[in-house]
Write a protein that binds this ligand. Structure first.
Ligand code: XBP
Ligand code: MG
Length: 232
């Protein structure tokens, strides 16, 4: 598909599931943090897939507490925040250990976009240290520098599927939605980008393959199948 409304100026990338299959590493990092606290919460793959409908790690923990009837007086928000901070540290260690790579076509697309003079942005619900760790592990010394701006985690009032993070990125870029193209892997991410007015390419990942993406401009197995020239 190509576009005619406005010249394409910027590509806006989700992180988890889109740049790399990180969600399983997030799950293991949650388990690390739970084990350290002596919590026997069994966040297995099936449960985590269901919990992923809630974006944001702190929000996901709170949803779990509510659904399992844990007394919130015994687990107030500051304890959730501390647990999540430890999860972020464990995630960074796991990523630095080097067992993650970018999804097919991601690095080629980033370089082609730069060569064509496009501006690049990150728009994610994950915490900023996680993005830094991932980019340093996968594109050492240059990853973070490829992106003009990064909207991460708690930097907006409402996480995806709310449009806040995409709107904030467009505001920082000083661009209308018609000048941008978003890349997502999930229904929550697609809803956020579309609500901000962005055409969106979806590459479903291991945790989102079962979802439906009716509002996507294209649904592709991965970004190796994406033709940037057709969008210019
Ligand atoms: C991913 C998320 C995040 C991660 C965990 O969304 O929902 O919450 O699972 O990250 P996206 P934190 O693909 O939009 O980045 O624990 O740092 O929240
Ligand atoms: Mg994602």
């Amino acid at each position: 598909m190509s576009r005619t409304a406005a010249p394409l100026s910027a590509l806006l990338f989700d992180v988890d599931g889109t740049l790399a299959e990180t969600e399983e590493i997030h799950r293991l990092a949650f388990l690390d943090a739970f084990a350290e606290e002596g919590l026997d919460w069994d966040w297995n793959v099936d449960l985590y897939r269901a919990l992923l409908k809630t974006t944001g790690g702190k929000e996901r923990i709170r949803r779990f507490l509510d659904e399992t009837g844990v007394d919130r007086a015994a687990f107030p928000d500051h304890r959730v925040a501390r647990l999540h901070a430890r999860k972020t540290e464990f995630y960074g260690r796991r990523i630095a250990a080097g067992r993650v790579s970018l999804r097919p076509g991601v690095e080629r697309l980033l370089r082609e976009a730069r060569d064509r003079g496009l501006r690049l942005a990150i728009v994610t619900t994950t915490a900023r240290p996680n993005v830094a760790a991932l980019l340093e592990a996968t594109l050492p010394g240059e990853g973070a520098g490829l992106f003009e701006t990064m909207v991460c985690g708690d930097e907006v009032a409402a996480k995806k599927p709310a449009p806040d993070a995409y709107r904030e990125a467009l505001a920082r870029l000083a661009l209308p939605p018609a000048a941008g193209l978003a890349f997502e892997d999930s229904m929550n991410g697609l809803a956020a980008a579309r609500a901000a007015g962005l055409a969106t390419i979806v590459t479903p990942g291991v945790y989102t393959a079962h979802e439906t993406f009716a509002d996507a401009a294209e649904i592709l197995p991965d970004l190796a199948a994406f033709d940037l020239a057709a969008w210019m």
